[in-house]
Write a protein that binds this ligand. Structure first.
Ligand SMILES: Nc1ncnc2c1ncn2[C@@H]1O[C@H](COP(=O)(O)OP(=O)(O)OP(=O)(O)O)[C@@H](O)[C@H]1O
Length: 744
């Protein structure tokens, strides 16, 4: 094999890293210097410093991302163009800012993923460059122009060599990016326009999660202006899963993303409790929205007929009777405002009616003539009534100001507007919030509303102030703009991919951005704000979400810019909605796009055959996605008296093998397995980087391991409403070996 091309690429890549080091040193020095500069203390100097720190920190994150696999490809075009492709784009430090390496997301990089012998897209040659650290270890060339007779000596026999090597590699317990080997069907999804709802469906291991994460990175690149400001939300099923995928976006240089489980989407509440499957299913049902709305109406009371509220007052008792309260309630409800916002309307109506009542009593002409009191007298009476705390207490009794937490805690203690068996399933007095409560709190917050007019006025005043001095800073920022990055849009001179203050055309928008750099990132602000509207939402394992969780998520995406990925055949949550049209029809009717991924990149054919047989028992027509690999290693299947001991022995036999092993067992077997496997990591957030991990089937969702032992599959299947799906998930987690231990 010729070493010259490797030497040439090595030379190039060494120079690329030198450039990266230089840029990183400069960014680090700039941040360090700015943070140490005391500044003059003026708002203007603080602002300048913050802009600088934010910009340079963003660059630093991207430079650090470039450290591993900085450049992994090269495209040689028939017209003489020759581009290296990398994780980030870099330019030469010369007056022409010559591109050194092109970001994988740029349009010019697309043939790297799409070109075929049939459709070469102008390429003569595509090269995959594999590096270890900063060293080039191999090249893999594909000749796409049959007229090109030149040979490098690195032409591969198998076009999928690089992909298969990636799929065969031992797992580390952390998901890795796939920028080097994105497949054409995946590339099309990653680059689909971001407006509207895109549903990506595919069986286990078809790359749904990988595609979703790369799509987030792509969208942030292509629409940085819009999306960095509003942040991208990625919702995943559990904390272990979020830990598993957590490195992918930083490795692509992206940090403006909020990762959360559905239970973390109500700011200020940590859902540490757990629901029974039955309670989860009741709480997830859309009927809860109507039940809570009724529960709020129940808190808008009127006195019993014939039993009015009597409030002592200095000018005589005040009487709030059925008629008066009913009229006030009707008027308040007519506003169609949420409960707390409609409350002042109720209160004013009652105060007015009481003033009229008192005026009638005091100023009435015993002979039926007009009231003796003039408008000023009546106003005075009204003032006295409005100042009476007992009147307010009475109004509070009838129409109390409520917090979502109070309302829901009260509701759960005595659930109403539900059939008794459902009410019994969720009845709870006290205790921690559960993930199923989170969308109910959000629903309650919507129904109650929050009177934040004072806070909003203060915010607007602050924004105006920022707009004023932001105007002056735009020029400063323009003078110090960064040029190092390659440009997007076909290397167009004016379209720098890194957002700088000078890219923002007016001071008003600049000030908005400044709010972010001033204090927290957009993702942090979004996490703390229940009413935040995200630029884009990605939901992984979307089939698991309940109708109530969808209501919450849709509120966070008023523009309905969403990517939903999932597989209805893997639904495990008893409240999971499963079918896409049922999920989406209430929000977008049929205006959503549906795409499928059909190739399984994870599970070898031998293992997939076993998993598919489980599903076929229920559904003979079931067709799993085709596996891209087969390993020749058949799964083993043993039936024993003591499955725990058998599992422990099997784990011991695997000790020392490369990669990660997971034991997946029904929740009730976990305590015994913990005792038998003292080195295994387990619990609500197991450490997936450890050699052996112990999980229940629901925790295994979305994860993968080199070796998987499934213990007591019959119990997994029988133990939950979607037990077959749980077992299917468990059986499809292995990249190399599967063992099944059955109870005799
Ligand atoms: N183009 C690709 N190149 C390299 N690896 C890939 C590619 N596509 C997918 N993979 C790998 O295949 C495995 C499965 O991908 P992923 O976890 O995204 O699948 P999934 O569809 O979300 O699976 P599940 O529904 O079972 O959770 C991962 O290791 C992923 O990195």
């Amino acid at each position: 094999m010729s070493t010259e091309p490797i030497r040439d690429e090595q030379k190039f890549i060494t120079s690329l890293y030198a450039r990266l080091d230089d840029l990183r040193d400069r960014a680090e020095a700039a941040v360090g210097e700015a943070l140490q500069t005391p500044g003059t203390g003026s708002a203007q100097s603080r602002l300048e410093r913050d802009i600088m720190v934010a910009e340079q920190s963003g660059l630093l994150a991207a430079f650090n991302a470039g450290e591993t696999g900085l450049c992994f490809g090269r495209l040689v075009f028939r017209d003489g163009r020759d581009h290296h492709i990398g994780r980030i784009g870099l330019r030469e430090d010369d007056p022409r800012r010559t591109p050194l390496v092109v970001d994988w997301r740029a349009e010019v990089a697309r043939p790297f993923y799409l070109a075929t012998g049939h459709e070469p897209m102008g390429l003569t040659r595509r090269r995959h460059i594999t590096t270890r650290g900063r060293e080039v270890v191999s090249l893999h060339d594909e000749v796409l122009d049959l007229a090109d007779r030149s040979r490098s000596g690195h032409e591969g026999r198998d076009a999928d060599e690089v992909l298969l090597a990636a799929l065969d590699a031992a797992r580390t317990g952390r998901m890795h990016d796939i920028v080097q080997t994105i497949q054409a069907e995946q590339d099309a999804i990653i680059r689909t326009p971001h407006r509207g709802v895109l549903v990506v469906e595919g069986g286990p291991g078809t790359g749904k999660t990988a595609v979703a994460l790369h799509r987030a990175a792509y969208l942030l690149y292509a629409h940085r202006e819009q999306l960095a400001k509003r942040a991208v939300l990625i919702v995943g099923p559990n904390p272990a899963f979020l830990g598993y995928i957590g490195n992918v976006l930083p490795s692509l240089g992206e940090t403006g993303v909020l990762l959360a489980t559905p239970g973390e989407l109500y700011p200020g509440v940590r859902a540490t409790g757990a629901d029974t499957p039955r309670a989860a299913s009741v709480k997830g049902d859309v009927r809860m929205a109507a039940a809570l709305a009724e529960a709020v109406r129940d808190r808008q009371q009127v006195p019993e007929r014939g039993a009015p509220l009597v409030v002592p007052h200095e000018d005589g008792d005040l009487v709030i009777d059925w008629d008066m309260a009913l009229e006030a309630r009707h008027k308040a409800r007519e506003t169609a405002l949420p409960h707390n916002l409609a409350r002042p309307y109720f209160a004013f109506r009652i105060l007015d009616a009481l003033a009229a009542q008192l005026a009638d009593r005091i100023g009435a002409d015993p002979y039926g003539g007009p009231n003796f009191l003039g408008p000023d007298d009546i106003a005075l009476l009204a003032k006295g009534i409005a100042a009476n705390p007992d009147v307010h207490a009475a109004i509070d009794d009838l129409w109390p100001e409520l917090t979502p937490e109070d309302l829901l805690a009260g509701y759960l203690a005595e659930p109403t507007h539900l059939p008794e068996e459902d009410a019994a399933a969720i009845r709870r007095d006290g205790g921690p919030w559960t993930p199923g409560d989170v969308p109910l709190l959000d629903e309650a917050a919507e129904l109650l509303g929050h009177d934040d007019s004072a806070a909003r006025a203060a915010q607007e005043a602050e924004r105006q102030r920022q707009v004023q001095y932001a105007q002056g800073v735009l020029d400063v920022s323009f003078a110090s703009r960064t040029y190092e990055f390659e440009d997007k849009e076909e290397l167009d001179e004016d379209a720098s991919e890194v957002l700088s203050a000078h890219d923002i055309i007016d001071a008003e928008r600049f000030a908005e951005r400044q709010e972010e750099v001033d204090h927290r990132t957009a993702a942090e602000r979004a996490a703390a704000d229940r009413t935040w509207a995200f630029g884009h939402i990605i939901v992984d394992e979307a089939q698991e979400l309940s109708a109530m969780q969808w209501r919450l998520l849709m509120r966070r995406s008023p523009t309905r810019s969403m990517t939903l990925v999932g597989d209805p055949a893997q639904t495990g949550d008893p409240a999971g909605v499963g079918a896409w049209d049922a999920i989406l029809a209430p929000y977008v009717e049929d205006r959503w796009q549906h795409v499928r991924l059909g190739v399984n990149y994870r599970t070898p054919a031998e293992i997939m055959a076993v998993a598919a047989a489980v599903r076929r028992a229920d559904d003979p027509s079931f067709e799993p996605p085709g596996s891209v690999r087969s390993t020749g290693v058949e799964p083993w299947d043993r039936t024993v008296e003591d499955p725990v001991k058998e599992a422990a022995d099997a784990v011991a036999a695997e000790a020392g093998a490369e990669g990660r092993l997971a034991v997946i067992a029904p929740a009730e077997l976990l305590p015994d397995l913990v005792a038998a496997l003292p080195d295994a990591s387990y619990g609500p957030k197991p450490d997936l980087t450890r050699p052996v991990v112990l999980l229940d089937p629901r925790q295994a969702k979305g994860l993968e391991f080199d070796t998987v032992l499934v213990v007591d599959p019959d119990c997994i299947r029988a133990g939950a409403p979607h037990g077959t799906n749980d077992l299917y998930v468990a059986l499809t987690r292995a990249t190399q070996r599967l063992g099944i231990v059955r109870r005799a």
